[in-house]
Design a protein around this ligand. Structure first.
Ligand code: NAD
Length: 498
């Protein structure tokens, strides 16, 4: 059942109800493949955000707070089942929202239940410790408790997968959630809320407020009732969010942008490396935080890699993201298309050589959507803006290098540190490079692989903290230290007990 509650306007999801606030402002939802408006969402006010936080607080202090770890885990398993039951529908909504391929979003939706099941398995393993003290009369232990209400701000490129990274550990640890999805792709998050109802979660555990970053996002990150902000988006916004969270002493997790180096050595298996390079930059039209947007290629194979990349790039099928044969859909929204277009001029004026692409496709059927050709620049120097700034689009920069030391120097000469790839058949070199690269993830002879079991996050301006993996759950708990004196004595009241 659709959740549009007024005409084609999707309501906010607060306290288990969909509703359009009286006098609500709205925002259009555009299908980037056609340029057509297909729905509208509420542009929530600070008062709407406050209502959502209060609903989450009530749930935390009420039914959800009283739920045992085992009961939380069972609900999360039911949530995973409910997602599975609606996976195709949710994937289609995401395609309409952000223009990514159905084959990509279908694969994401198929994987997402795994996140909730993995962290459901941890719900009853959040343990404190007994601490052996020097004074034997003391009995000390720690408790790990949930934080309360956590606020999530997500981007448009993979809304439900990115949500799973934080929602799964947050729920397992017993927190309540207020989500502010991107104004460019909010409908899937609103429809996703239905899965909480289907699973039988108490009202208010999961709330969705749609709207702009400047109003709804800002209100959520500044709200004193929010104990932690998990933000995924650009580095510039991330810095603002962290400052807003600091204003009320909330902890933050930041998953930000990247300019990931994708390094190919002359000893690499090029039959695997070429598709690897392509997947790094043209999958999802380059609109991924882990885009391998800087291809560092050893000089001995520089011409061959260029030739083979060019050959395959020219055959990439751009078009309707719903079709099985399509390999690249549109850019997710008009501002993003304009941003990508502008970088072609930036690269050219800095002296990079355009090898292929560089504009909008001429096919008549694609004129109304936000399509952009897969684009390659060669002879790029790492000082050029195209090699330093995140484009978040299908533009690959090829940079030559001579040896390991030079590859490492170029790879690390960036403000970012999210992903990185190494293609080599020399295990020693793979290990040396993996140690040397300053990035949260290093893929060797593979790229763009992700799992709930592996920590994910950024060095430097790519973020703060790690999502996924067992330790991610710690970010959604706080430690309480309990001291018990088993043989109370009247000590010196004016000296600290150390
Ligand atoms: P963005 O920073 O423009 O927006 C992200 C979210 O922040 C949106 O929901 C937006 O409404 C909100 N927002 C904007 N201003 C805000 C403010 N002042 N206060 C609070 N919220 C505000 O990013 P985007 O264009 O939606 O997404 C693309 C960016 O996201 C890229 O930089 C990409 O690398 C990054 N990203 C990172 C990861 C990761 O895991 N590291 C994953 C996906 C995307």
């Amino acid at each position: 059942m659709a959740v549009a509650v007024k005409g084609n306007t999707y309501g906010l999801y607060i306290d288990g109800e969909y509703g359009v606030p009286r006098d609500a402002k709205t925002l259009p939802v555009i299908n980037p493949a056609t340029g057509e408006e297909w729905a509208t969402i509420v542009d929530a006010s600070a008062a709407d955000v406050d209502a959502a936080v209060r609903a989450a607080q009530r749930a935390f202090e009420g039914a959800w707070g009283a739920t045992t770890p085992g009961a939380r885990a069972r609900l999360m398993h039911k949530l995973a089942d409910a997602i599975e039951a609606r996976a195709s529908e949710l994937a289609e909504i995401e395609v309409r929202d952000n223009g990514k391929l159905l084959r990509e979003m279908g694969a994401q939706l198929k994987a997402i239940p795994g996140w909730y099941r993995y962290f459901a398995g941890l719900a009853d393993k959040i343990e404190g410790e007994t601490i052996p003290m020097e004074r034997p009369t003391l009995f000390n232990f720690t408790l790990r408790e949930p934080l309360g209400v956590v606020g999530f701000v997500t981007p448009w490129n993979s809304p439900l997968l990115i949500l799973a990274f934080t929602a799964a550990p947050a729920l397992a640890a017993g927190n309540c959630i207020v989500l502010k999805p991107s104004e460019f792709a909010s409908v899937s998050s609103l429809e996703f809320a239905k899965c909480f109802e289907a699973a039988g979660f108490p009202k208010g555990v999961f709330n969705v407020v749609t709207g702009s970053g400047a109003v709804a996002g800002d209100a959520l990150t500044r709200h004193a009732g929010v104990a932690r902000i998990a933000f995924t988006g650009s580095a510039a916004t991330g810095a603002r969010v962290a400052a807003a969270a600091a204003g009320h002493y909330a902890s933050v997790g930041l998953e930000l942008g990247g300019k990931s180096p994708h390094i190919v050595f002359a000893d690499a298996n090029l039959d695997a490396a070429i598709p690897g390079l392509l997947s790094g930059i043209f999958a999802a039209g380059g609109q991924t935080c882990i885009a391998g947007s800087r291809a560092l290629v050893q000089r001995e194979i520089y011409d061959e890699v260029q030739r083979r990349l060019l050959e395959r790039t020219r055959s990439i099928k751009i078009g309707d993201p719903f079709l099985a044969e399509t390999e690249m859909g549109p850019m997710a929204n008009e501002p993003q298309l304009k941003k990508v277009e502008s970088y072609v001029e930036v690269a050219k004026s800095d002296g990079a050589r355009l090898v292929t692409g560089g504009g909008r496709p001429s096919t008549a059927a694609l004129q109304r959507g936000y399509f952009f050709e897969p684009t390659i620049f060669a002879d790029v120097r790492n000082e050029m803006r195209i090699a330093r700034e995140e484009v978040f689009g299908p533009i690959l920069s090829i940079i030559p290098f001579s040896d390991e030391a030079e590859a490492l120097r170029i790879a690390n000469d960036t403000m970012y540190g999210l992903g990185s790839g190494i293609w080599t058949s020399d295990i020693g070199r793979a290990i040396r490079m993996a140690r040397g690269i300053k990035a949260g993830t290093v893929w060797v002879n593979t790229y763009r692989a992700i799992s709930y079991q592996m920590p994910f996050g950024g060095y430097k301006a790519s973020g703060i903290g790690r999502e996924n993996g067992i330790e991610a759950i710690r970010d959604y708990t706080q430690t309480k230290s309990v001291w018990i004196e088993t043989e109370p004595v009247a000590g010196d009241p004016f000296a600290i007990k150390v």
